[in-house]
Ligand binder design. Structure first.
Ligand code: G6P
Length: 362
């Protein structure tokens, strides 16, 4: 079956490797040969009426939502909020006049997200579930569903669902923006951009030895680690940190680079790994100045940088893609660093301690 490991030692590695295929499968399911996007008219009508999108999710799906905010605001110019499902009930946002809810959930079963959807249904608002599992609970209970068609995700640490969700958000935002005549959307050829992403991902997963080496040098014995970035790179830093901590048990945090000086820099010691994500042209210079600050305090700095922003000494270079899609590339080396660090520490990377694939209790 599709869910068999085949020649792979672990599902996590197989699922990381499948990401270019997931991109191509989304292009196939949601676009035509002439590049137009296929989205159900009823869903589009409902979203077009909305004055604000509310993305609700947990864990890695929440991090895909953070990137989704940038994408929906960038391509469809619709204000977007992102909420952690477990917090929504205690601290509900003041809703706009015409809210539309998007639930991101790999499994479609997360209890905290289900509770929010039940509340949304009680209020009588329309909603969309973006999920990998057809006929899952959140899919059945929402007004609309879009499927990821990513194939089963078995490893507890989510990889291809994250990139699949971001790609599908881009497809949806393109179509919505086009409908609203936003020039950022009409000039965005999503099938072509995601094909470039798929090719770039392939380049990255073909260079595994490099990440294994960096993990061995910088992460295999460290007590803690930090990911930093600004703007869209900060969104990725949060997911990258979650990936590393959940499979390697290294205490890892993802920070907005500009916040370092407000506290976290106190934790930097000789050899502390600080991994900087630099794909955003507007903020690259500022993040680089943060890496200089931590270098001066002995940090072991590793830069993950888009090719067009690369400088001598940068360790990991990412193929160039559209500026709203760089998370799809930047996360891949981070997933591989997490994977190899876990193996080097002797853990079962597919089944980290204390974690479940899907959390169906509050
Ligand atoms: C669990 C999993 C995570 C996942 C989160 C949300 O914590 O271990 O990998 O991101 O649930 O799951 P969902 O299925 O709603 O995306």
């Amino acid at each position: 079956s599709e869910a068999e490991k085949g020649a792979y030692p672990y599902y996590m590695l197989k699922e990381i490797d499948e990401q270019p295929t997931v991109m191509r499968s989304l292009i196939k399911h949601y676009t035509t040969d002439d590049g137009s996007v296929i989205i159900d008219d009823a869903l589009l009508d409902s979203m077009k009426k909305a004055d604000r999108l509310y993305i609700v999710a947990a864990g890695t799906s929440y991090h895909a939502g953070l990137v989704g905010k940038e994408i929906f605001e960038g391509l469809a110019k619709v204000p977007t909020e992102v909420h952690v499902a477990s917090e929504f009930g205690y601290n509900p946002p003041i809703l706009s006049e015409k809210p539309f809810f998007i639930f991101l959930t790999q499994s479609g079963e997360t209890a905290d997200s289900r509770q929010v959807l039940a509340q949304v249904n009680k209020w009588g608002y329309e909603s969309l579930t973006i999920t990998n599992v057809e006929n899952s609970t959140l899919s059945r209970e929402a007004t609309f569903t879009l499927l990821l068609y990513a194939g089963p995700e078995i490893a507890v640490a989510s990889t291809k669902a994250y990139t699949g969700q971001i790609a599908l958000e881009a497809i949806l935002a393109k179509r919505l923006g086009e409908e609203k005549d936003v020039s950022a959307a009409t000039s965005f050829n999503v099938a072509r951009e995601l094909t470039t992403v798929a090719n770039g991902m392939q380049e990255l997963v073909d260079e595994k030895g490099q990440y294994e080496q960096i993990a061995a040098n910088a992460l295999a014995t460290t007590r803690n680690a930090f990911y930093i970035g600004r703007a869209i790179d900060y969104d990725v830093a949060q997911e990258a940190a979650l990936k590393l901590k959940e499979v390697s048990y290294v205490q890892t945090e993802g920070f907005a680079s500009g916040e370092l000086k407000h506290g976290t820099i106190a934790l930097i010691e000789e050899g502390t790994p600080v991994i900087a994500i630099i794909t955003c042209a507007k903020t690259a210079k500022h993040t680089r100045s943060n890496t200089q600050e931590v270098l001066a305090r002995g940090a072991n700095v590793i830069n993950i940088v888009s090719r067009n922003l690369a400088e001598d000494g940068d360790q990991i270079i990412l193929p160039d893609v559209h500026s709203l899609l760089t998370p799809l590339l930047a996360i891949v080396p981070c997933q591989l660093l997490a994977y190899y660090t876990s193996l080097q520490r002797g853990y079962d990377v597919d089944k980290p301690r204390n974690l479940a694939k899907s959390v169906t209790v509050e």
